[in-house]
Design a protein around this ligand. Structure first.
Ligand code: F3S
Length: 401
């Protein structure tokens, strides 16, 4: 592929070994996908995971002197200070999160520790070329903002951030962004939770491709779009969809297909929702805890919890995960006090898939997030998946029905 003089210098190590490693990865990806050249990026988000491979890679770049040309926002690991106080962090976990923080700080990342960067701190304009990893982020960037990103891994997004560029291929190009699967939604969309089920159903029923939705309400909340993208991309590796009137490239359904006929047409019904829900949820019954914020809760969702709680207390452990900004807003707005007085917790900078939750391994919870239930299976955590209003009731009673 064509590289300009600066890119060739990077590749050949004239800007340090770390930069050369990142550029080698970029060139390998570009060649694998037939890219003709590199393009500069304006933004990036790295789905930092605080796991061994993630840490090994970022430390390798750091030891070679790499510093990001475009500072990326980053995903959460866990909030060491918060969980250390609760004495639920062992020395190995403490050492790993400290090394992860240090490596990302040294490489020049913007330490947001949130998985919803597209709602705060890292918001692109239509047409911007970017590099986002994180399942809910890539569909939001492509489909809601009309900016352009491929479905990056944490490592490829980090290499993009270090080199300030990405190979020109895939969802950066018009031809790959065209909708090609028509998804007619007949199912009832009662609240934001139903978009979780919609996102889970579509890849199963429609197969691969770029879905174009019809039958959705005119107004869809940011939280519903966050849920839709998270589940589309977790259940089916779908980094882009079209909704006429929301996706900038799709003022109409016809525009989304760019004048071509869809490859497939599927209808999503209430029966599909029930089938997928029956498949992914644990059976109702006694619960030990409730967990929300996968992806991180917005301030509107925290406010909804307070409204649903209505001055009662929780019988089950109650955890809301969110960004540091949203937690601060919750503090200012009085939500944090209300949730803590009810026996619940709001914790910032933390992901559901981290070792800080050891005390919940082998236990049973409720959540409104299929993604949360999916990732925590490997930690032997079991979840009843319900809409938020039912989850709050379950947490108050200590039982999901
Ligand atoms: Fe966020 Fe972790 Fe879920 S990064 S989306 S809380 S798996």
């Amino acid at each position: 592929m064509f590289l300009n003089a600066f890119e060739r210098d990077m590749l050949e190590g004239r800007h340090g070994a770390g930069m050369a490693t990142a550029m080698k990865v970029m060139v390998a990806i570009g060649e694998a996908f037939g890219a003709e050249k590199m393009v500069e990026i304006s933004r990036a988000h790295v789905a930092l995971s605080n796991q061994d491979a993630d840490l090994w890679f970022v430390e390798k770049l750091v030891s070679g002197g790499a510093v990001c040309l475009v500072s990326p926002t980053v995903n959460p690991g866990f909030n060491l200070e918060y969980f250390q106080d609760a004495a639920s962090v062992n020395p190995l976990d403490e050492a790993t999160i400290k090394r992860t923080r240090k490596a990302y700080r040294t490489i020049g990342a913007t330490l947001t520790y949130s998985c919803t960067p597209y709602l705060e701190k890292n918001i692109p304009r239509p047409g911007e070329v970017t590099a986002y990893s994180e399942s809910s982020a890539t569909p939001y960037i492509n489909s809601v903002y009309g900016a352009r990103t491929n479905r990056e891994s944490a490592q490829s997004a980090l290499c993009c951030a270090v080199t300030g560029r990405t190979p020109l291929y895939g969802f950066l190009l018009d031809e790959y962004r065209r909708g090609n699967v028509l998804v007619e939604v007949e199912a009832d969309l009662r609240d934001d939770f139903d978009y979780q089920l919609l996102g889970y159903c579509v890849p199963r029923k429609a197969g691969p491709g770029v879905p174009v939705f019809t039958g959705l309400p005119e107004r869809i909340s940011p939280e519903a779009l966050m849920n839709l993208g998270a589940q589309l991309n977790t259940a089916g590796a779908v980094p882009m969809y079209h909704i006429a009137g929301i996706t900038p490239e799709a003022p109409t359904v016809e525009a989304a297909f760019k004048g071509e006929a869809p490859l497939r047409r599927v209808v999503i019904t209430n029966g599909d929702f029930k089938k997928i829900h029956d498949e992914i949820t644990a059976a109702p019954g006694k619960i030990d805890f409730a967990m929300f914020g996968c992806p991180h809760f917005t301030i509107a969702q925290v406010g909804e919890v307070v409204r649903l709680l209505g001055g009662r207390s929780f019988k089950a452990e109650f955890w809301v995960l969110t960004s540091s900004l949203t937690k601060e807003l919750a503090r200012r707005m009085g939500y944090l006090d209300i949730i803590e007085q009810a026996g619940g917790h709001i914790v910032d900078d933390t992901c559901i898939d981290q070792p800080c939750w050891r005390h919940l391994y082998g236990k049973r919870g409720v959540t409104d997030s299929p993604k949360c239930a999916y990732y925590t299976k490997r930690r032997n955590m079991e979840f009843v998946i319900m809409r938020l209003s039912d989850c709050v009731e379950a947490a108050v009673r200590g039982e999901a029905s």
